[in-house]
Design a binder for this molecule. Structure first.
Ligand code: NHR
Length: 199
């Protein structure tokens, strides 16, 4: 969230909303003069009721986009469908690999040599929404969850602002059949090999 605030996006951040009253992002937002709100999931026994309260709070702020950042509650289909094409998330793996939690542990256990992060539209099926942009990083000998997550996080801080900028500029759209179109994006020129080939 701090990286998004620092990115100088052509957007007004109309609210920062958390399900966790202790979330550090609330203090950060308040320091930046941004409106904050808490909808505590512990106050609700049903996910649908929490999501309905969350949607009311979001809609009060009238956002164009709803940007998940470290949001850790699975959202109901009704909630997700209300914001179709306007709700995005960043997930710390190269989806569709390693959905859910502990993605860096999953990557290390699988022995992959390339890992990364994914910005995607949120759909009812967890971590399966249409992909906007991905960044790949090498998994290096001796990596643990700490070193690997730090390498991925540095890329998250690059691709999330880029994806949001495209959204703000109306350059990325989710089509009716669930495809992502990005206008004017440059194709990547190089393959990432890990390890590199012998010279
Ligand atoms: N909701 C839907 N419908 N679809 C997605 O793609 C979603 C979503 C809600 C959150 C973020 C996701 C991530 O990038 C996200 C994507 C939480 C869990 C989870 O299991 C899984 C994936 C993500 C976020 N949450 C547990 C739950 O019971 C609680 C886990 C905890 O509190 O530590 O909701 O990682």
């Amino acid at each position: 969230m701090e990286a998004l605030l620092a990115a100088g996006l052509p957007a007004q951040i109309c609210a920062v909303i958390s399900n966790d009253p202790a979330a550090k992002g609330l203090d950060t937002a308040a320091r930046h003069g941004i409106a904050t709100a808490v909808v505590n999931h512990r106050d609700y026994t049903q996910r649908a009721d929490f999501d309905a309260a969350l949607a009311l709070t979001i809609d009060t702020a009238k956002p164009d986009f709803v940007v998940l950042a470290g949001f850790m509650r699975v959202l109901t289909a009704d909630f997700v469908n209300r914001y179709r094409g306007r709700l995005i998330n960043i997930h710390p793996s190269l989806l569709p690999a390693f959905t859910g939690l502990h993605t860096h542990r999953q990557a290390l256990d699988a022995g992959v040599r390339v890992h990364g992060c994914t910005v995607h539209f949120v759909t009812p099926q967890l971590d399966h929404g249409p992909i906007i942009i991905q960044a790949a990083v090498p998994v290096l000998p001796g990596d643990d969850e700490g070193t690997l997550s730090k390498r991925v996080l540095a890329e998250e801080h690059r691709i999330y602002p880029q994806a949001l900028r495209w959204l703000c500029e109306d350059r990325v759209t989710l089509t009716a059949d669930g495809q992502v179109n990005i206008s004017g994006a440059h194709p990547a020129k190089h393959a990432l090999l890990s390890p590199a080939l012998d010279v």
